[in-house]
Ligand binder design. Structure first.
Ligand code: HEM
Length: 193
């Protein structure tokens, strides 16, 4: 996967998650995520694999066009930090591949917690050694589920795939993103999570 060349990508090298496998299973059940979704994500990975940069262009275009989102990649004074945007972009691309191809096991759970912390004062800015605002507001994490889900459909439809399978891949993607943002809400909401 070439992940060793991605700046700041520490999959497999982070501390275990406080979230248990049982809690993960109940979350999967809550979002109706089953083996058929896993299979659909594997197929989605094959369709999206060659289009990752194009997907990122769309998402970065969206963030760049919204000052309240670009602010999280900017200095506290509001100057965008180009190196930060670029380094995170590499990891974001790998996240697309991981979402489709990785088994959702202990290593995956551990990196979920790491991604969560990287959006909070615990870890934000540290991986890239940048000076930026201290956290991403939870409300925006939740809200971005919609664009991050809606925009992949066109890319999924670019494969040689029947419409019914595009639907299956898209639904599996949606479930996974919702589940991941639920996991990422943990450090924001520890007492009541
Ligand atoms: C980091 C995904 C929402 C700002 C990341 C990473 C991923 C990701 C995969 C890199 C993780 C790694 O380091 O390996 C997502 C997804 C979101 C979301 C799927 C919503 C569904 C947001 C929002 C913002 C944001 C709303 C605000 C503009 C950032 C920033 C980083 C980051 C600034 C770098 C954090 C650091 O300093 O390490 N995100 N994100 N994210 N994201 Fe998000």
């Amino acid at each position: 996967m070439g992940e060793t060349t991605i700046a700041g990508y520490d999959y497999g090298e982070v501390k275990p998650s406080p979230v248990t496998r049982e809690e993960l299973e109940l979350l999967k059940r809550s979002v109706l995520f089953g083996p058929e979704d896993e299979a659909a994500l594997r197929r989605a990975g094959e369709v999206l694999g060659g289009q990752v940069e194009d997907v990122l262009d769309v998402w970065y275009g969206f963030v760049g066009a919204n000052p309240h989102l670009l602010a999280e990649f900017s200095t506290p004074e509001g100057e965008p930090v180009t190196a930060y945007l670029e380094r995170v972009r590499g990891r974001f691309g790998q996240w697309i591949r991981d979402t489709c191809a990785r088994p959702y096991d202990d290593a995956w759970l551990a990196y979920q917690e790491e991604i969560a912390e990287r959006h909070t004062p615990e870890k934000k800015n540290k991986t890239d050694g940048v000076t930026s605002v201290p956290y991403v507001p939870l409300r925006y994490l939740i809200a971005l589920i919609y664009p991050i889900t809606a925009t992949v459909r066109d890319f999924l439809a670019k494969g040689e795939t029947p419409a019914a399978d595009v639907d299956a891949m898209h639904e599996a993607w949606r479930k996974s993103v919702i589940m991941q943002v639920a996991l990422w809400s943990r450090p924001y909401a520890t007492a009541l999570w």
